[in-house]
Write a protein that binds this ligand. Structure first.
Ligand code: GLA
Length: 395
């Protein structure tokens, strides 16, 4: 594992706070989805990429029943009772830590406590899976100090359950799977029904730029649940016609157009988007596999227009960002990312024009909205992994 500036800082702070050296380091990436918005809970596919905006954390087993985590970014400490998962002390982000402890306790594991310090470069609540990265980090630390292992698939399912059951966000599997299964130097195509993935080839001269609209999104209590319910409403209607239909993944576009008048206006719009978006994941994979870079812009554009007009998860800030990204130098293709409703968006950009792209997007978006945005050139990153701190000293 590479010893980054953040990891050096985290180790230093750990020594200062706990008067001893940490034993282990854990890293968890964020993720950006490149195609397949809201297809995960419809049992479809997502082309997704774990990124090098990430959590870096140092930790050690400690005596007693109180788990402690200190966040460098927020200058905030959370303490959790590992026998109950209850928060003893801490800010809002403690709910993610508590949720993971609670699902692991529900599975019947006996937990030991740890002390930890972490730093995150993932912008919080902006659609890059900052919460899934935190959940995966906590689970990895609990397993390590308590002396048991949970495989990757069950880790993804457990952290998703933590978010569903104890945080109260009814998300699909995309975030947790991407963060845990990420592979270095690879974009993956995730099959959300089978919970498997394959690697997708990637052009050497193109990279991803993430553009933060700086319009915070809030999934909890939002329209996310309403979109899910409308998709389920469409499935229930279509299942009356064909009992093999269990999710929108099972619906072809010809069948959809033949029977769409059975659906409410909104359910029909949502279903059309999901069916077309799922097909676009296959189109994107084929274009990348065949080196057809000229096809990418159109595939991405259709995804954004569908998200805006059919799934209705765009807003003014996203529209302005889309225009800024699409007209910038070096751009190949642009679309939304994450759940939508603000947050971050993603462009494919020629590597040697990243700086021009950043300048153009920053200026245009400011001109259109008055908001200063952040733009990050990102690379793929390995999924959640643990190393001994000693391994850094030998590098
Ligand atoms: C959020 C959810 C995911 C997924 C995306 C939209 O990130 O957590 O499960 O539904 O939105 O694709």
């Amino acid at each position: 594992m590479e010893k980054t500036k953040e990891m050096t800082e985290v180790i230093h702070l750990f020594k200062k706070l706990f008067s001893t050296d940490p034993e282990f380091a854990v890293k968890s990436p964020g993720r950006v989805d490149l195609m397949g918005s809201h297809t995960d809970y419809n049992h479809g596919y997502v082309v997704t990429m774990p990124i090098d905006l990430k959590i870096e954390c140092a930790f050690s087993l400690c005596e007693g029943n109180v788990l402690t985590m200190y966040s460098c970014n927020l200058d905030s400490t959370v303490k959790i009772d590992i026998k109950t998962g209850d928060i003893i002390e801490g800010d809002d982000w403690g709910k993610y830590v508590s949720a993971v402890v609670k699902v692991v306790l529900d599975e019947g594991y006996d937990l030991k406590a740890f002390n930890s310090v972490f730093c995150s470069t993932i912008p919080i609540g902006s659609g890059l899976s900052s919460s899934a990265a935190l959940e995966a980090t906590v689970l990895a630390m609990l397993c390590k100090v308590s002396g048991f292992e949970i495989d990757k698939k069950n880790s993804a399912l457990l952290t998703q359950k933590a978010e569903n059951k104890y945080v109260g966000v009814n998300c699909g599997i995309l975030d947790q799977y991407s963060v845990i299964f990420g592979e270095k130097r690879s974009v993956i195509k995730l099959d959300c029904r089978e919970l498997t993935h394959k690697l997708v080839s990637w052009p050497k001269d193109i990279m991803i730029a993430i553009c933060n609209t700086n319009k915070a999104r809030q999934l909890h209590g939002s329209e996310y649940d309403e979109r899910r319910a409308q998709c389920e409403e469409a499935v229930a209607e279509f299942a009356k016609i064909d009992s093999n239909i269990k999710a929108l993944r099972d619906v072809g576009i010809v069948f959809f157009h033949k029977h769409k008048d059975k659906l409410s206006v909104n359910a029909a719009k949502r279903a059309q988007f999901i069916i077309e978006e799922n097909n676009r994941t296959h189109e994107l994979e084929a274009a990348l596999c065949n080196g057809e870079v000229d096809k990418l812009k159109d595939i991405f554009n259709r995804s954004f227009v569908g998200a805006r007009d059919l799934f209705e998860i765009s807003n003014d800030a996203m529209q302005s960002m889309y225009e800024s990204m699409s007209s910038a130098r070096g751009v190949v293709a642009s679309r939304q990312a994450g759940a939508g409703f603000g947050g971050c968006m993603a462009s494919l950009v020629y590597k040697d024009q990243l700086e021009d792209f950043k300048t153009d997007v920053f200026n245009k978006y400011k001109e259109l909205t008055g908001i200063e945005c952040q733009i990050y050139g990102v690379h793929t990153h390995q999924g959640t992994s643990i190393e001994s701190i000693k391994s850094f000293e030998t590098v």
